[in-house]
Write a protein that binds this ligand. Structure first.
Ligand code: CTP
Ligand code: MG
Length: 173
């Protein structure tokens, strides 16, 4: 069933989705790079990557995974939530690092990578460390990855346009 495949994909990626969303909502304050610049003179990561955002992203992914594990136990929720949350935040930071190297200022768009950075990061962490730290590790069906990669930018864009229309965001991306 198509709906079941979509549900499985959303269920898997949910800790990373919510972690990324709440990092954006509740982030702010001290930047991770401490305001430092790289050799090219641009910020290392930029003021959009903050310590609080990082902490919120990881913690909320662990909380989401914990709630999920009560409904259906698949993985140790603390380990899985940490992998997904830290992966999401790392993916987002790596993307920002490259945006700054390309002279794209904080908050300016880099379509598709802006939407997929955290999913890529979470999947990389899952595949890199999952086999060693999760007792129920399993490779994802290709269709799950495909759905996540298509659905994430679509959902991201719809939510952002909605937020913009409602006056909650200044930019539509
Ligand atoms: N945010 C944060 N800490 C993080 C990630 C996000 O505080 N680790 C917050 C910041 O307030 C940021 C907002 O969420 O401005 C939106 O995040 P994002 O779109 O990832 O950052 P940008 O500001 O657009 O910066 P960049 O160009 O580097 O993507
Ligand atoms: Mg952005």
């Amino acid at each position: 069933m198509v709906l079941e495949e979509i549900f499985n994909a959303v269920w898997f990626i949910l800790p990373a989705w919510i972690g990324n969303m709440l990092a954006c909502t509740f982030g702010g304050g001290r930047p991770i790079d401490g305001g430092r610049t790289f050799v090219d003179g641009n910020p290392f990561l930029g003021k959009g990557k903050t310590v609080r955002g990082l902490a919120v992203g990881i913690l909320s992914a662990i909380i989401v995974a914990s709630i999920q594990s009560v409904m259906e136990y698949t993985f140790n929720p603390v380990i899985f939530g940490f992998l997904m949350g830290s992966g999401a935040m790392l993916g987002d930071m790596v993307k920002s690092f490259f945006k700054r190297r390309l002279n794209i200022q904080s908050g300016r768009p880099l379509p598709l990578l802006d939407q997929l950075d955290f999913v890529i990061g979470a999947l990389v962490m899952y595949y890199l460390f999952g086999p060693h730290v999760l007792s129920n590790f399993r490779a994802l069906p290709g269709v799950t990855i495909a759905i996540v990669v298509i659905l994430t930018p679509a959902a991201h864009l719809s939510l952002n346009v909605l937020g913009y229309k409602l006056g909650l965001k200044n930019v539509w991306w």
